[in-house]
Design a protein around this ligand. Structure first.
Ligand SMILES: [Zn+2]
Length: 88
């Protein structure tokens, strides 16, 4: 994912919903867009939050660590660390 631009959400094109695949294969449904939190817009704060998560992930991968290893290094729960990289 590229850093998001402020304005209309590019993931859902401003609708606040995205298409999700279901089982059995071929079935789809609409679900709330996680990137804009179903608002259809990316504001400065949300763009900064997502960009920081992407920066953390790139930095971790550059050091060759898994999320679990990075969480351990920082002394935090793996799920909590994952939320830093993927703020939803
Ligand atoms: Zn969206």
């Amino acid at each position: 994912m590229n850093p998001p631009a402020v304005g209309t959400c590019s993931s859902c094109r401003g609708t606040g919903e995205v298409t999700a695949l279901l089982c059995p294969p071929g079935k789809v449904t609409q679900v709330p867009c996680r990137d804009c939190r179903a608002t259809g817009r990316i504001d400065d704060a949300r763009a900064a939050e997502i960009t920081e998560g992407l920066r953390r992930r790139a930095d971790r991968l550059e050091r060759g660590l898994t999320q679990a290893q990075e969480a351990e290094r920082l002394g935090m729960d793996r799920i909590a660390y994952s939320r830093l990289e993927n703020p939803r």
